[in-house]
Design a protein. Structure first.
Length: 238
């Protein structure tokens, strides 16, 4: 049986997997401390169980391998403790494999793919909507509690619950009437941007234009996909 103090290394290894692997960190970052502690312990148990299976297979396939490693480790000035090197092996394997797998996943799927997977798994309705806008380029209609309305899209998939603020690139903006709730468009960003560019020096090469707005998620009253045809139909009926 493994001495209890040796469980610290597998436990830390489990926390590293949950907290730093791109496969898990965007999901676990919304856990409470108690939930994260429980998940780390559970991951620790899986790591220990997997290490013992791996050790059993190695001993079965290469009977002389583990004794030779044990004899080699005797030169290390560390008091002999049962399963010490098994715990060290678990920890070092995780420290090496987590950055390696992160690099491979980011290289193969892109750095935003794990974020997208996390939103599909645990994202709320607003995060899912912003993700769809970023991936498909569809316009969103965001109504705030103060009656302000923005129609635009999201350029970057938001990390789930990293912050309470979301970034929107507006195309149109306006407000809703407090009584009728009818939406009125007051600003056309396409027109504003066109006028801005037309007024620039023709010889100017670098154009820096940032119309993004930061919206506090708690201030969002409604959010939905914006369809111009549907909006025109409702306006005709009105």
């Amino acid at each position: 049986m493994i001495p209890y103090n040796l469980l610290l290394l597998p436990f830390i290894a489990g926390y590293i997997i949950l907290g730093y692997s791109v496969v898990f960190k965007y999901t676990t970052q919304r856990y409470t401390q108690h939930r994260l502690l429980f998940e780390s312990v559970f991951t620790c148990i899986i790591l220990i169980f997997s290490a013992f299976i791996f050790r059993t297979l190695i001993q079965w396939i290469l009977p002389d391998f583990i004794p030779s490693i044990t004899n080699f480790m005797e030169v290390v000035p560390v008091k002999h403790v049962d399963y010490l090197w098994t715990s060290v092996f678990i920890f070092l394997s995780v420290v090496i494999l987590v950055p390696a797998t992160n690099y491979i996943i980011n290289k193969r799927y892109g750095k935003y793919a794990p974020i997208s997977w996390a939103i599909d798994k645990v994202g709320d309705e607003v995060e899912t909507l912003f993700k769809r806008s970023a991936e498909e380029g569809v316009l969103m209609q965001i109504t705030l509690k103060n009656g302000k309305v923005y129609i635009g899209f999201c350029e970057i998939i938001p990390i789930p619950q990293k912050t309470n603020f979301l970034t929107l690139t507006p195309m149109l903006s306006g407000y809703r009437d407090n009584d009728t709730k009818k939406m009125t468009i007051t600003t056309d960003y396409f027109e504003v941007v066109s006028q801005y560019i037309a007024g620039l020096d023709a010889n100017k090469q670098d154009i820096t234009l940032n119309t993004d707005i930061i919206i506090k998620q708690d201030e969002i009253l409604t959010a939905n996909i914006y369809e111009q045809e549907i909006f025109d139909m409702f306006n005709k009926k009105a």
